[in-house]
Design a protein around this ligand. Sequence first.
Ligand code: FES
Length: 313
Amino acid sequence: MTRTVVRVAEVRQEAAGIRALRLVRDDGAPLGPYEAGAHVDVVGPTGLVRQYSLCSPPHEPSSLLIAVKKEAASRGGSAALHTVQAGDTLEIGEPRNLLRIADAARHVLVAGGVGVTPLLSLAYELDRRGAEFELHYFARAREQAAFADLVAAEFGARLHFGVPRAEQPTLLKEVAADLPPDARVYTCGPEGFMAQVGAVFAPVVGAERVHVEHFVAAEIDTSGDRPFTVELDTGEVFAVPADKSILTVLGENGIEVFSSCEEGICGSCVSGVLEGEPDHRDNCLSAADRAAGDQMALCVSRAKTPRLKIELY
Ligand code: FES
């Protein structure tokens, strides 16, 4: 995996428990542009790798911005990034994108808490294109809402602070009622929040037009897992037992696959499917990608057929 050493040029307290880090290259070379919606692996001071959305303007090449929420259950990833100071160095991976802007007459961005970060880059890009869009930002309180003033001033975002989870669907239904059927919805936030957003908007625009960005792996029931065979496009064949992933089996056989989270959320291990039917267990592919059946996340997804033929990207 290609990594780039970057220097922390600025640290800003964006909201309670959320720091924004501006990253630059020491040699002055550009870090961007990047595709709106993208995220990067960040190797923190403890060596742990975490994924963070890029939230600077995507077309601005000189620096990248990430926002780090200090997680209560941090095992050293986000907590360590809350100790870095301006001038410190970090390593980042290449931007990867699972939340691309797709064609639509109107775009609705629905953020929950720090989930605003990938949507901020979408807003910059939609604004640059002159596209029709609206941004709704839910958070417990203003002091916990990173970039709230920015999105309100730049994009006229509607700020919904302190709205109880049970009351949010009523508000969202008012937004959905005005949408043309070819609108698209993009959401990022806690899993339950995104499930509510999907439940409101999918009946209006179709589930394939509701795009979600996950940061937490789904709970997976592995009790019924069965062994299967995986064949590479090079002709090599491997047995995948019930208790191991394709990624693990390939690694044990000396075949290096680009990977990061190993939980089905970052998309870095996604590879092509040439034959057979995958059993998708990830949170990174869209509903349309899954339905196409021509790619899968090797770290968590399995096979519905006795054999899969795949090609590594
Ligand atoms: S390694 Fe992150 S999705 Fe597989």
